[in-house]
Design a protein around this ligand. Structure first.
Ligand SMILES: [Zn+2]
Length: 136
């Protein structure tokens, strides 16, 4: 168990907090099967959605992690969770369009949501449905 040390400026005392253990993504035959499927299916679909809506990204990476379905870096690289292939197609598209919109806005502000709504109508309902799916 890792511990982090903090300083409380009011009491002048140091204190420790047990860090929440990070769930480690498993590597097993099922994950490798999903990884192969994801590498085959997700990059072409991302390229297709980007072409349709005029987004330009740098590279796409397929990731094995338990913390997010996708992410977008300031280098304009897009990371997609290999477990995306287990979701219904419209939710896969929602995640990919969400990350593509982060190429223009690296935040979740009103302009980001307006852009996402223009390329993915009803995106808030899709975001709500995503809550039914936990990364595991
Ligand atoms: Zn986001």
């Amino acid at each position: 168990m890792s511990r982090r040390i903090f300083f409380n400026p009011i009491t002048g005392l140091f204190f420790r907090i047990k860090a929440r253990p990070k769930r480690k993504a498993p590597v097993n035959a099922e994950v490798e099967r999903l990884r192969a499927q994801a590498k085959e299916e997700l990059p072409p679909r991302l390229a297709q959605l980007a072409a349709i809506h005029g987004f330009k990204y740098n590279k796409v990476f397929i990731k094995n992690n338990l913390s997010n379905w996708g992410s977008c870096s300031s280098l304009k690289n897009i990371n997609l969770n290999l477990r995306l292939v287990t979701l219904p197609q419209e939710l896969q598209d929602y995640v990919m369009l969400h990350e593509l919109c982060h190429l223009k806005y690296l935040n979740h502000g009103p302009q980001f949501h307006a852009l996402l709504e223009s390329v993915c109508p009803g995106h808030r309902e899709l975001a709500r449905r995503m809550k039914e799916y936990r990364i595991k």
